[in-house]
Write a protein that binds this ligand. Structure first.
Ligand SMILES: [Zn+2]
Length: 256
């Protein structure tokens, strides 16, 4: 496995990180800081991922915010991929910074995969997230824990941040974990630290601990939607592809 910049390459394909700008919060992002020294402003990178495999259509995991910066669209253009060539869009969950790029248009040819629990949660209320289901129509494919989006791309149920939040495990070696981490440096050190965007903070915490333990045990490479490490406070891009090892009550990250 080899990392160069935003690209992770292995025998089975390549995973490319697409940087979609940043979202800005105050320290109220973490309602209970549990003693952590929080910065005044918390700036999180927004990241989507493109899975590229020989002989298969590209798979886009999350789509960014779709805002003026539209970094995902720029990233695709940089890869020489038109939106219409994307065969599958997979959502880890339907928050705005993950669905916005899809709703900005252009992915009408793609199959749209998300968990059944996520579709039922947002589909059952009057919320902008419901537009994803309406736009995708009969191209929606609802998935359960353990299902394969395509061979070697498996759904990993990681509920709590939203009820149907999922990660994706690629070739049993790489985990794309969505929003189980935001400020990775703080939450790896203290995995009990939850954000105010967690629908169920208690469940999100249980999920985070179990997922990080499994990633570390199996030696998987991990990446996510917003991961940021110390020293990256104001950068456009956060942590790239990481490996974890157990340290005290938490985990320590190093570059993959
Ligand atoms: Zn997010």
């Amino acid at each position: 496995m080899r990392v160069s910049g935003d690209r992770l390459q292995w025998a089975g394909g390549a995973l490319v990180r697409l940087n979609d700008g940043v979202v800005r919060f105050g320290r109220e992002l973490f309602p209970d800081p549990r003693g952590a020294a929080l910065p005044e402003a918390i700036v999180l990178p927004v990241q989507a991922y493109m899975l590229l495999r020989e002989g298969r259509a590209p798979v886009l995991i999350d789509t960014g915010s779709g805002g003026a910066e539209a970094g995902v669209a720029r990233g695709l253009a940089g890869l020489g991929i038109a939106k219409v060539e994307v065969g599958t869009v997979v959502f880890t969950h339907l928050h705005g910074d993950h669905r916005g790029g899809y709703l900005a248009g252009g992915y009408e040819a793609a199959r749209v995969c998300l968990s059944r629990a996520e579709a039922e949660f947002w589909g059952g209320q009057d919320h902008p997230a419901r537009a994803v289901l309406e736009v995708a129509g009969d191209r929606v494919q609802l998935l359960e824990d353990g299902d394969e989006v395509e061979p070697g791309l498996r759904v990993w149920a990681l509920p709590g941040h939203t009820p149907g939040h999922i990660g994706l495990v690629i070739d049993d070696q790489i985990a794309v974990v969505g929003d189980i981490l935001h400020r990775a440096d703080l939450q790896l050190a203290d995995p009990d630290l939850a954000t105010r965007f967690d629908t169920d903070a208690g469940l999100a915490t249980v999920t985070r601990k179990a997922a990080l333990a499994r990633i570390a045990e199996r030696g998987m490479v991990v990446c996510g939607g917003h991961m940021r490490l110390a020293g990256q406070e104001e950068a456009e891009t956060g942590a790239g592809f990481l490996r974890l090892s157990a340290l005290g009550i938490g985990w320590e990250a190093r570059a993959a």
